[in-house]
Design a protein around this ligand. Sequence first.
Ligand SMILES: [Mg+2]
Length: 192
Amino acid sequence: MRPPYLLLDIDGVLIPFPNADGSTPATHARHDVVPTGRSADNPVTVWIDPAHGRMLMEVIRAGLVTPVWCTSWRQDAATLIGPLLGLPPLPHVDLPRPRITTSHPNGYLWKRDHVDAWLADAPAVWIDDDFTGLDHAWAAERTTRGTATLLIQPEPRVGLQAEHLAEVRAWVRRLLAVRTAALAVPSETEAA
Ligand SMILES: [Mg+2]
């Protein structure tokens, strides 16, 4: 089986939002990056936890998921953020740049319709800090239709935690166990 996709957001997941006093978790190191379209004298400051790179590489090396960036950083995720975490170049969902003033213009995450089309009927675990109840309903409905879908929603001021990736591993292993059991049924029938 092709491993399920791991869709990975950046802001609020790998780059935590600052607290009200402007502080960020002590685990994160400051970097200045220059996103596509900005000039070198106008960089963006980001806060990155190197432990995230190690944690993600463990999941990627285990071959449990097919990792894909799903972020408004778009291709800059692979060229600017991934290297800060020691990640190899990963593909990204090519999200548009809608003129929206909220992440939920229709009551659900703006990325979702694009992700839904991009995934087609592929199983996926999606880590993003910005899902609404409608997104969780979408995932539940997709799963009910037979396309396993898991949403993991870190707290945006804290970001990705080890337990989130433990949940990814456990979910993929359950998925594999169910599929293996399903594959075993015909041969058992044959044997009978
Ligand atoms: Mg986000």
